[in-house]
Every structure is written in structure tokens, then in C-alpha cells.
Design a protein around this ligand. Structure first.
Ligand code: PBG
Length: 325
């Protein structure tokens, strides 16, 4: 039976009805806000490719973390830009590395309330800009694992509430889980960038993190954007190795992957609304070509509708301000 008995417009006519039958909820609880920490004092420099995002020295990072928390956003994701880069990314796992210092400062200023997640990958710390140790122009997967494990452990020691490996080496979840467990951090969860694609949407971030590879690209370890079944294999392997939350990245061109992952695994799922997705909307908004605020909310809602529980997004603060109303 159809028209005229059924008229779907009846429940669309008024905001009250629309609210009552809305299927997808976007809440501040779903948001994770990425932040970039740099050496120095008093630094708050806007990242040109990502307007509204900043390189922050630790003092300003603490203020930003406080504001994020005040807005009700439950978690931040920390990226570090180190003082020195070298071949093996030493500052990534040093006790006095930029992220380790930032963690201690945030924890002592804010206490345990705000969840602080750290990005675990060597690319910001190596002078060649690759995600692992280089042997004869190739990334040595197995030689990289202990370094990633060490990096994750040193983050936990400095107070990280969760670690998020984004390197895409095979076996790193297992290596990190073992290292954390051996060192009394069995309570620290791992959010794995499980299905991470070799995407041009990371362009603005590479400038923010100063992590563009000096030679070659990331296609030897990040996934081919054409593949979907393979993403399910990546996720299933990471879950077997001990991942607590799995991530699909980027989000917007990969909504099908998010949908399948939620359907197939039914585990806590995150999606990364990456720099390029953010900057496209910002740029068009600034040109007056679209309504930035509405597009932002529509994008975030679509990622939730596809099945993501959590969204990592540079829009977190702006969205939180609107959602809090
Ligand atoms: C690697 C990392 C990247 C991003 C998050 N972690 C860059 C890359 O893989 O090249 C991208 C995030 C974004 O584009 O917003 N440390």
C-alpha cells in the first residue's frame, strides 16, 4: 500500500517531528580533537593549510586542552613535531621527547578527566620522513616494530590514556600490546589506524606535521584506495592482535568501508575526518561557495550514519559549540 495512505512528508513537516524520528545522533561524545605540539614557548602559529589549527608549544597546548575539555569533548589526539629529526626517529621514544613532555604537562594541569591519545608513528621524527627504519630505500617492517613498541610504552609512561599507531607496519598491534603488557600498562587501550589508505587527502597534514617523505611515497604500507576486502582483512588482523578500537582513514571517500567494518565486526569504530576533508570545506566556506557550518555538520553526521562511533576531526571544537546549544 502506498500513496495516499502513506505520506512520508507528514513527519518532515515540523522540527518537533523531525527531532523525534531522527535516526542518527551526532554528539560531542563522539568527537576527538587532534592537536599539534611543537618545541618552544609562547608558540601559537596557525597552520596555513589548515586554517583554525595551530602549532602549539606546551604552554599553549595546555590551554587548548583545557578549552577542549570545557567544551565537553572527551578526548584529544596528540601529534608531536620534534626538535631534532634523525634516521631512526630517536625523539619519538625518548623520555624527553616533545609528546612525552606535553603529556606530563597536560596531565599535571588537567588531571585524569580529559582522555589523551597519542599518535604512534615515526614519520614526524625521521629525517627522511618515512614511517619506519629504512634499509636500502625500503622500510624494514620488522626492524621498525620494536621502535614503535618503545614509542607507545614511553607515551604510556608519560601519561597517555590510549595509543594510536598510524604507521601501517604489519604486526605492530601485537608488538605494542606485548610491550605495554610487559610494563604494567595492560590497562592502556590501543586505537589502531587499521584501514589507513594511501590518500592525497593527507596533503594539508603533511605540511602541518612536516612529515612529507624525502623520497618515494607511502604506498608500500598504506592501503590502495581501490581496495575494500583488504580493509576487512586489516581490521580483522588488528583485532586479533589486540586492538581495542579500529579506525578507518580517511572518512569521507571511505564511507562504504566504515559501513562494512561496523556491519562485519561490530566493535568500537573510529573514522578520521582528515586534513584534506577539513581544508576543502574551510576553503569553499571562505570563498562563499557553501555554508561551511551546515556542510560540516552534514559531513560529521554522514560519518556517524555510516557506522562510526568516534570521529577524529579538526572541526571538533566548532561542532561541539553548535551541538552544546
Ligand atoms: C602519520 C599520520 C598521518 C595522518 C595522521 N597520522 C599522515 C600520513 O600518514 O601521511 C594524517 C592526518 C590528516 O591528514 O589529517 N603520522
Amino acid at each position: 500500500m502506498g500513496f495516499p495512505v502513506h505520506r512520508l512528508r507528514r513527519l518532515r513537516e515540523r522540527e518537533g517531528f523531525r527531532r523525534m524520528v531522527r535516526e542518527t545522533r551526532l554528539s560531542v561524545d563522539n568527537l576527538i580533537y587532534p592537536l599539534f605540539v611543537v618545541p618552544g614557548k609562547g608558540v601559537r602559529q596557525e597552520i596555513s593549510t589548515m586554517p583554525g589549527n595551530y602549532h602549539l608549544s606546551i604552554d599553549n597546548l595546555v590551554l587548548e586542552a583545557e578549552e577542549t575539555s570545557r567544551l565537553g569533548i572527551p578526548a584529544i589526539l596528540l601529534f608531536g613535531i620534534p626538535e631534532h629529526k634523525d634516521e631512526v626517529g630517536s625523539e619519538a621514544y625518548s623520555e624527553d621527547g616533545i609528546v612525552q613532555k606535553a603529556l606530563r604537562a597536560i596531565k599535571s594541569a588537567l588531571g585524569p578527566g580529559l582522555i589523551v591519545i597519542t599518535d604512534v608513528c615515526l614519520c614526524e621524527y625521521t629525517d627522511h620522513g618515512h614511517c619506519g627504519v629504512i634499509r636500502e630505500e625500503h622500510i624494514d617492517n620488522d626492524a621498525t616494530l620494536p621502535l614503535l613498541a618503545q614509542m607507545a610504552r614511553s607515551h604510556a609512561e608519560a601519561g597517555a590514556d590510549m595509543v594510536a599507531p598510524s604507521d601501517m607496519m604489519d604486526g605492530r598491534i601485537q608488538a605494542i600490546r606485548e610491550e605495554l603488557d610487559k610494563n604494567n600498562f595492560s590497562h592502556v587501550p590501543i586505537m589502531s589506524y587499521a584501514a589507513k589508505y594511501a590518500s592525497a587527502f593527507y596533503g594539508p597534514f603533511r605540511q602541518a606535521a612536516l612529515s612529507t617523505p624525502k623520497f618515494g611515497d607511502r604506498r608500500s604500507h598504506q592501503m590502495d584506495p581501490a581496495n575494500a576486502d583488504e580493509a576487512m582483512r586489516e581490521i580483522s588482523l588488528d583485532l586479533r592482535e589486540g586492538a581495542d578500537i579500529v579506525m578507518v582513514k580517511p572518512a569521507l571517500s571511505y564511507l562504504d568501508i566504515i559501513y562494512r567494518a561496523k556491519q562485519e565486526f561490530g566493535v568500537p569504530l573510529a573514522a578520521y575526518n582528515v586534513s584534506g576533508e577539513y581544508s576543502m570545506v574551510k576553503a569553499a566556506g571562505r570563498m562563499g561557495w557553501l555554508d561551511e557550518e551546515r556542510v560540516m555538520l552534514e559531513v560529521l553526521c554522514s560519518i556517524r550514519r555510516a557506522g562510526a562511533d568516534l570521529i577524529l576531526t579538526y572541526f571538533a571544537k566548532e561542532a561541539a559549540k553548535l551541538l552544546g546549544k
